[in-house]
Design a protein around this ligand. Sequence first.
Ligand code: SF4
Ligand code: SF4
Length: 445
Amino acid sequence: MDKDTLIEAVRNAGVVGEGGAGFPAHVKYAAPVGTVIANGCECEPLLHSDQHLMTAHADKVVRGLTAVMAATGAGRGVVAVKRKYTAAAEALEAAMDGQDLELARLDNFYPAGDEQILVYELTGRTIPPLGLPKDVDAVVANVGTLCAVSDALDGVPVTHKIVTVTGEVRRPAVLRVPVGTPVTALIERCGPSTTPEPVVVLGGPMMGRFVDRPEDLQAEVITKTLGGVILLPRGHYLHQAATLPVEEIQKRARTACIQCRYCTDQCPRFLIGHGFETHKVMRSFSGAADVATGALQAAMCCECGICELFSCPMHLSPRRINRLFKARLQEQGVSYDGPRAVHGEQTALREFRRVPTSRLAVRIGIEPYMALHPEFDGDLVPPAVEIPLRQHIGAPARAVVRAGDRVACGDLIGEIPEGGLGARVHASIDGVVAAVGETVAIKGA
Ligand code: SF4
Ligand code: SF4
């Protein structure tokens, strides 16, 4: 596999990083690296989408991995899974048979699937603050992305997504759904809800986005990067934390922080050696230290939520304070230009301070849902889809269809703008284009 063939195939197929913010794969895999890591750690609790992919499509994961290795010139390829994923590990071992690849089994801690943490676990090297895996000669690809790479090599574009639906639903399940499917269709398929007036989390419980009002939920659709739909009771611990008014957060931060530094000591970024001490951000927010320094430090926060949902004994929200500072920096057009040194001594206690997922689940009130183990329940075929032209980092795709056009699943409907960073978008069902705007609405045939 030469680099140009892979880059062209993934570009044509609209492949983006499926486990994160959706970085276009044809740009990510263009740089040469020594190690390719397939991320099968499914960072967030409760999600089972990647486990399903690895168990049912281990051959695609391995084929995608070897293709990216060949294109980037990498000599080392590793698939990282959690130790408890025994079925997935068996399937992967069988698919890897005879190939010079590694299977790494990680402990069940959060956030094991964070790109920077994974690179540290597997290479022993710390990506410098605000850096990328390529800074330490590695690239990380989610296992869903690698399945998409494998399909792309056969000329099959990204049209579907594997999604876990769980929490307060009668029949939790893992489903394969067309991109652009309304989230309400998945809830209907797995419902009814087992709690009155549930709130919906899009993504995982720690970093997902809460949709509070049923009317807002109507507009939400499945994208290439959305792998989880979780229903929780209104007023759940996570719901309260996510919807606490920002004025209240600011007031509490200014008055109640006792500077115990638990938030710093358990921060995954601090524990891989970043010079980031979030208790100092809190101090500068309260006016007890230089604000500019605090604001810059906040730029290093990956918003994993451990400080806010697990560590802080005062129920404060360092994550949201960091978010506020980051938004302020963005508004002012300021990028982080502080130190990027790695403090190796901070990693000494990491092994003892990592947060086990089982303890986290108890702390954040999702323990009852951990026992649900949603199984794959086939395809969901919606009567219509609404496909966003922006599901990735970069510029939105430029629509290449008009209302009234007839399309088949896999047809190109959005092209990368000339000279821009972006990803192609394809029809996910057969049908007729009903409307074109920021999304392409398709009514099924
Ligand atoms: S854990 Fe809470 S109280 Fe302690 S320093 Fe951090 S924000 Fe302040
Ligand atoms: S959310 Fe909290 S624990 Fe996570 S990286 Fe940011 S400061 Fe650290």
